[in-house]
Design a protein around this ligand. Sequence first.
Ligand code: TRP
Length: 335
Amino acid sequence: MQKGADQPIVMSGIRPTGFLHLGNYFGALKNYVRMQDEFTCYFMVADLHALTTLTETKELKANVSRVLAENIACGLDPDKVALYCQSHVYETNELYLILNMLAYVGELEKTVTFKEKVKLHPQNVNAGLLTYPVLQAADILLHRATLVPVGKDQEQHLEMTRNFSNRFNHRYGDVFPEAHAFNYGDELLKVPSLDGAGKMSKSENQYATIYLSDSDELILNKVKKAKTDSGTDPAAPMSESIVNLFNLMKLVCAPDVIKHYEDTYQSGTIRYGDLKKQLGEDMVKFISPIREKAESIRNDAKYLKEIMEKGAEKARKSAQATMLLVRDAIGLNYY
Ligand code: TRP
């Protein structure tokens, strides 16, 4: 599809909190890479959002560099999309402030993510944490984006974004379109964890999650230790840990390899050790080029600076156009 001026606008943010894993890749990044050829895309590293929970910022720079490098290594092209840091686009702060006047304290206090964070950090319940969804709305509305590729946990924030923008439009005049969560159909893949239950995530068991920065040896080891079961009775329902292993194979193994193990499962001759060895090797083949590319980008400070500048420039251009409309609609235009 040819990208044109009237293409829908996609916007999403990635928190710079540590390492990307296989779940991030198949659940988000892979979709971003597809979107960059079909839509006008703004992908942003949410460094200001990170400040709502960080009190120590020594690692911020390294984390921002890593996230940028890993995104590019996964296929995001800084020439096709605006890939930028939130803190570089000052218009975000102005829109955030204006939207704060359209956000009710009561609704902010009821936000699920806020309540979770209050529990997690009772000693640091700051106003930024309370208004986290307002800042997120500013990120999205700044580009008048309509499509926001995010996971389920972000849907409440998007609903709030729609509430704020509808209130704005109602009070001051139509400026913002409605933003909705967007992913390609059912393709929002859940990547199962290696410990037999749930999906891969940052916070859970580190050994059950494969990171894009894991060494070959570590990947092989993690897969080797993945949970299986002792039964090979094909008549019994497949246990969750085995279902998970087959689902992981579908992400990185060739169809004939998968078929081989499905057949041996059916005939009761499957050897899970072999399956895991194959899965580990294919996982290494998949991840090692990404890891190496990310590493070389991360070590190229000049290149990183260039892409950040280029991304910020594109984002500012769109942000400034929106802010002209916002100020006009409100009547903050005295000359
Ligand atoms: N809150 C999002 C998360 O926790 C990150 C984010 C910040 C975001 N700004 C955004 C997502 C704008 C989508 C759009 O993952």
